[in-house]
Design a protein around this ligand. Structure first.
Ligand code: FAD
Ligand code: SF4
Length: 511
């Protein structure tokens, strides 16, 4: 029986059981599809890294004796979509069976199910396989949250117990605590030097040339991209992180610094999301490193890192499959504003936004707090339409795949899901940004005032946000204090703050 096995650009898992045996009747198919490049405007580095990763993975399969068919973007017979290419390939090679690994995006899940129907009608058998990547099944929320009341902390504890990660013999968490989050909120004070990264950028002119620049956004550094495109590179990055950066990770997880885009972050999200490395091996290696170096690495740093992967990453996936497709239409706060055009250039006088956007355009990367408490925070206060913002986040970041992007953007950052992922909206005034970064030092706006012509936009928008959403948010027990403070402010001051906020909302382009 001749079998065609499709490998998507985010399924570069060389340890998948598919590859345990080599067969002359199994064809591995890779497709660079227009439809995948163009469903949103992606960062050039993202498209390039995925194509380079696919090419390298295809080559490694050939070296192991597998049969590979690789359809390049500009190849004459490229049928533009994944489905049309698969149909053409199955006809050409007289394929009896088509197999695929379950995709992580709803859009592709539907496309591949439809494709299977078409192939079945043509007499081709079809089968879907698990990706063997995640630590929890797609439908984990059905068992863990039968009442649909999702909480990450409960999920995380459940997963720690399932995998016996960082538990003592009686099942209690190491250090007597499940969560050391309260210790992980330090501003970077320069006490520990941030080591430099020893990354070798990779380049491929051949791949770059076939990606029409007008389909993409962002910058392509002449020296190449710094994202790992092979498993070996990804494992090197993981080793470097565990050896050098893990001990600063948790402590400075929320810190932001103009001089250092990465601080102590792992920069592993791309390698994880395209499945070059697995979450299980990342966590196990991190725990082993901690066990070897107990006197150098603090438990709070290890726990902080494991929580992101075992907790947040798996949790967002569970939420995605539990709530799609309706999740993509949620707009709880009914925000409708368009993105100001400077989201695409970084040309704004707000230093925190300008720095974070320019960095994102330059590196296709921003760390979590830049995404959440600078860009996401401003977008929510300003009232951006979550559809627009989703497209922006899905396009700009190297690691952006819908299952993890939309849950973080629409859910955690924009509260558009009404609190399925976060119990209250993540908003702040300049106070938080100033506490956690050095952005305000170089800003044209005054971080301290609220209603002057040069007052920081976050300061008045913050109050405008709570004032305009009073009906929806007032009863939230985690927000009570905010309304208490607003209620106590004198009405002339309130008027001035709201007037400044209204000016900002009407003049977003000129900020
Ligand atoms: P580190 O800070 O080193 O964290 C280690 C790993 O933990 C990451 O590689 C990632 O796999 C995982 N992780 C950390 N936080 C989260 C989280 N909130 N959700 C899921 N996994 C997490 N992450 C993506 O992978 N793709 C996205 O498209 C994406 N979009 C985001 C959009 C918004 C608005 C926000 C607030 C966060 C988003 N995140 C996304 C989560 C997080 O910001 C990135 O995973 C992280 O910045 C990647 O950098 P890193 O590898 O250096 O992560
Ligand atoms: Fe951002 Fe306001 Fe600080 Fe400027 S003053 S960097 S706009 S928080």
């Amino acid at each position: 029986m001749k079998e065609c096995r499709l490998i998507l650009g985010d399924q570069l898992n060389e340890n998948h059981s598919w590859f345990h045996t080599v067969s002359p009747n199994t064809f591995y198919l890779f497709v660079e599809a227009d439809s995948e490049v163009r469903y949103v405007r992606h960062h050039i580095q993202k498209v390039k890294a995925i194509f380079m990763g696919m090419k390298a993975f295809a080559k490694s399969l050939v070296e192991k004796g597998h049969i590979v068919e690789y359809i390049e973007l500009n190849q004459k017979d490229n049928q533009k979509s994944i489905s049309a290419n698969v149909i053409q390939f199955c006809q050409k090679r007289k394929i009896d069976k088509f197999s695929y690994q379950l995709p992580d995006e709803y859009r592709l899940d539907l496309e591949l199910q439809n494709l299977c129907k078409i192939l079945n009608e043509k007499g081709v058998q079809t089968e879907a396989y698990d990706t063997e990547h995640f630590l929890s099944p797609r439908d984990s929320f059905k068992t863990i949250f039968p009442k649909k009341s999702y909480r990450m902390e409960n999920f995380y504890r459940y997963m720690r117990k399932q995998y016996n990660f960082m538990l003592d013999s009686s099942g209690e968490p190491w250090g007597g605590q499940w969560n050391f989050d309260a210790m992980n909120r330090k501003k970077y004070d320069g006490k520990i030097k941030i080591p430099s990264r020893k990354w070798k950028p990779s380049y491929s002119d051949e791949v770059l040339q076939r990606i029409p620049r007008k389909w993409t956004m962002g910058e392509m550094p002449t020296e190449g991209i710094i994202w790992p495109i092979t498993r070996k590179e990804a494992l090197n990055r993981l080793d470097e992180f565990l050896e050098i950066f893990l001990d600063g990770f948790g402590d400075y997880q929320d810190a932001m610094l103009e001089e250092s885009p990465y601080l102590f972050h792992s920069c592993l999200s791309f390698a994880l999301n395209v499945k070059l490395i697995s979450p299980k091996e990342v966590i196990e290696r991190a725990i082993r490193t901690y066990e070897k170096k107990r006197n150098q690495i603090s438990l709070s740093n290890l726990e902080g890192f494991v929580r992101q992967i075992l907790g947040w990453r798996e949790f967002t996936r569970g939420l995605y499959w539990a709530e799609m497709p309706s999740y993509q239409t949620l707009n709880h706060l009914e925000h409708q504003r368009e993105l100001p055009s400077w989201y695409w250039t970084g040309e704004t006088k707000m230093n925190c936004m300008s720095y974070s956007i320019r960095q994102s355009l330059h590196l296709a990367y921003a760390h979590h707090i830049q995404r959440l408490m600078v860009i996401g925070n401003f977008s929510l206060l300003y009232g951006v339409n979550p559809d627009e913002l989703d497209k922006w986040y899905l396009g700009i970041y190297i690691d952006a795949f819908e299952w993890v992007e939309i849950t973080n953007t629409r859910g955690m950052s924009q509260f558009a899901d009404g609190g399925k992922i976060a119990s209250k909206p993540y908003v702040s005034s300049a106070n938080y940004i100033d506490k956690m970064s050095n952005y305000c030092k170089n800003c044209a706006y005054d971080k301290k005032t609220k209603s002057e012509v040069n007052s920081c936009p976050y300061n008045s928008l913050y109050w405008h946000f709570f004032d305009r959403h009073k009906k929806i948010l007032e009863k939230n027990p985690r927000i009570g204090m905010v309304y208490h403070t607003w209620g106590k402010m004198n009405s002339a001051e309130k008027k001035r703050i709201l007037a400044r906020a209204n000016w900002i909302l009407e003049n977003g382009e000129s900020l």
